[in-house]
Design a protein around this ligand. Structure first.
Ligand SMILES: Nc1nc2c(ncn2[C@@H]2O[C@H](COP(=O)(O)OP(=O)(O)OP(=O)(O)O)[C@@H](O)[C@H]2O)c(=O)[nH]1
Ligand SMILES: [Zn+2]
Length: 325
């Protein structure tokens, strides 16, 4: 329940230890779920700072007088983060990474069909969020804008044919049936996406039986309600835990980016290049250029690789200039 029993087994935590899962956080009050699907309000002990406990965390808690105290946060299997959206106050201030949720098995990134789309945006999402133990999907929402949705899907698949991309519309029941199949039983998923991408509407559709209610959809597509807190829901029919998170404007990360997430094919091939420091641009006996020549690697994929290198170099120069100032 709430993954608590599995987690206890995996970490060899004794049966009698009280472990809860944080499902919501408002100011200093947490809602935790226990393994019997009961919800409890809890606060943290004084030496545990509120920014150290987050939705998705497994926590140890104890009943103290008549309220629950979270005494420790258990080790995270992973955490999903992005660069904090507030601007750093000065050049010298370290840029902060903000936690979106902890212990996530599946990640669904919503991209609305009527949003401006570029492959760089998609790549930035993947570089920021992809991790080995997270099953990542892109969901193109508002698929009722059929041509726009199909165009985004094709743009992604023409370069990254193996990426998991699914189009859906909250207004179309058949597409919601397909979406429901993606959510794994007993697993925790996190929905993220730009503000207004349709996360909350999707969660409503996943939690309740689908009810067509077009009155709730404004013609201009602007949200009438915005999600401001991160919250975990349990879907009884999917037997799955789903975390809704506040919409964002832009995405980036301060962590080191692992390009192999998308360009592993190039990294593997480069082991066969004649020169160790091959730039795969003009060198003789370059395995990458050969693969393109033979049609084993697409030109489009190689172009994205070079574009990402170019952007990374630009960023590096920018960082260095900032340090000099
Ligand atoms: N055309 C169309 N509109 C949709 C669809 N899904 C949601 N909307 C509308 O888009 C707006 C935003 O939807 P929300 O579900 O609130 O978006 P959100 O991602 O939760 O937004 P934040 O709370 O700001 O993060 C609302 O007016 C919805 O009615 C869809 O599939 N098609
Ligand atoms: Zn090469």
């Amino acid at each position: 329940m709430y993954g608590i029993n599995n987690y206890k087994n995996e970490l060899n935590i004794a049966e009698e230890v009280n472990i809860g899962r944080v499902i919501e956080k408002t100011n200093y009050i947490y809602t935790i779920a226990d393994s019997n699907y009961e919800f409890k309000k809890a606060e943290t002990v004084s030496n545990l700072k509120s920014n150290e406990v987050f939705v998705g965390d497994f926590v140890e808690y104890t009943l103290f007088d008549d309220y629950n105290l979270i005494t420790s946060v258990k080790p995270r299997l992973n955490s999903v983060t992005k660069k904090a959206s507030y601007a750093a106050k000065s050049f010298h201030e370290a840029e902060n990474e903000q936690l979106l949720a902890a212990n996530v098995d599946q990640l669904f990134v919503l991209i609305a069909a009527d949003q401006r789309f570029t492959l760089s945006k998609f790549e930035r999402y993947v570089f920021t969020f992809q991790q080995d133990n997270i099953d990542m999907h892109v969901l193109i929402s508002k698929g009722d804008f059929e041509d726009l949705a199909e165009d985004i899907k094709q743009k992604i698949l023409s370069v990254y044919p193996n990426f998991k991309v699914t189009v859906f519309s909250n207004l179309r029941e058949e597409s919601l049936i397909d979406i429901k199949k993606l959510f794994l039983k007993d697993k925790t998923s996190l929905l993220i996406g730009a503000s207004g991408a349709g996360k909350s509407t999707l969660i409503n559709n996943l939690l309740n039986d689908y009810k067509m209610n077009t009155n709730e959809v404004r013609i201009d597509g602007k949200g009438k309600h915005t999600t401001t807190t991160t919250k975990m829901f349990y879907s009884d029919n999917l037997k799955s835990y789903i975390i809704d998170s506040p919409g964002f404007k832009t995405i980036s990360t301060t962590r080191d980016i692992d390009k192999s997430v998308l360009f592993e094919d190039i990294q593997k091939l480069s082991l066969d290049c004649k020169f160790n420091d091959c730039t795969h641009t003009h060198e003789p006996k370059c395995a990458v250029l050969n693969a393109i020549e033979n049609g084993e690697m697409s030109e489009a994929y190689y172009k994205r690789y070079k574009e990402n290198l170019r952007v990374a170099k630009g960023q590096l120069r920018h960082e260095q200039r900032k340090k000099v100032k």
